[in-house]
Design a protein around this ligand. Structure first.
Ligand code: SF4
Length: 69
């Protein structure tokens, strides 16, 4: 789950509040609601949160998530 920071401008319809923290919502399988399940591309790429901008594709966490069945 991606916690939003001040200055993140993602569409409100994608936001959920967990324990008082604004986050990008996720589906029951843990996938981000902004991830297109067909293309596996971010649907808000140009407006993605700073956390996503700081995350480098191919890092160990990324590889573990992509390896999930
Ligand atoms: S890059 Fe896009 S799809 Fe991936 S977690 Fe961030 S907002 Fe969601």
């Amino acid at each position: 789950m991606v916690e939003l920071r001040a200055g993140d401008l993602v569409p409100e319809r994608l936001i959920a509040v967990h324990a008082g923290v604004r986050c990008l919502d996720q589906h029951s399988n843990g996938a981000c609601v902004a991830l297109d399940p067909a293309t596996r591309l971010c649907m808000i790429y140009d407006a993605r949160p700073q956390t996503c901008r700081d995350f480098n594709r191919g890092e160990s966490l990324c590889r573990r998530i992509l390896a999930r069945p």
